[in-house]
Ligand binder design. Sequence first.
Ligand code: ZN
Length: 295
Amino acid sequence: MIAGIELGGGKTVVAVSDDDGSLGEQFRFPTTTPHETLATAAEWIAAQGSIAALGIAAFGPVGINRDAPSYGRMLQTPKPGWPDFDLLSALAGPLPGVPLILETDVNAAVLAEVAAGAALACRNAAYITIGTGIGAGLIVDGHILHGDLHSEFGHLNVPRHPDDDYAGFCRYHGDCLEGLACGPSIATRWGKPAHKLPADHPAWDLEAWYLAQGILALLAIASPSRVIIGGGVSQADGFHAKVEARLRDLAHGYFSTLQDHQPYVVPPVLAQNAGIQGALLLACREATRAGTPLG
Ligand code: ZN
């Protein structure tokens, strides 16, 4: 048996799977303090039986480079109490000897969507989430893309829409992509949260415009075959088609990838399960790598 944890800013999901990464028993609970959240997750997993490996898909920024001193730790997240918290040590205590692997929630989600979802069998794919922040997971030539750190897609500097004078919501950069297009930026700009804005509200044209600017940069650098957009803000009717139309306008017919793949900007197939399913797939890989028996 393998196990996965999807550690989100608001909620945490833990699950186990027999052997192939398919979703088995799961348990959801609110994310609170780091000690309490990780202890609850570890206790539930330990109660399920012997575990061959555990995959953790965490909100970021988080240290996922195995060669770096920051591996396993939360980095400069604005979430109170979480910066510098050592996730892997907090799990290794209650789950001794279990091989652990840590990834970002969006890298886990793109892995799951490539395995069994909206980017099935793609060797190049991106998964963008838009919620309280904006993040992207990337698979390039079949591998999850890492640099020294994971992608920080949300903090791209994007051109400002000529009619937009909103200052931006990012505490570091103000008007980066996340600062201009995350859920809280929509709520403060328009006075209502995204889910209360009708599909014909001008907010959605502006949102699509900013997302298309960000995806144009992804297209130019990593050339994904498909871009999946998930997260609460992406649920509005017609949102993906709107982003794709704007992206095609911006591309001016230049990028052959866009001609080769239609539709290009799509919703996730695995919906809210992409992150936890990705965590289970990571655990499968880790069990194989560590040589611990599955099942
Ligand atoms: Zn920023």
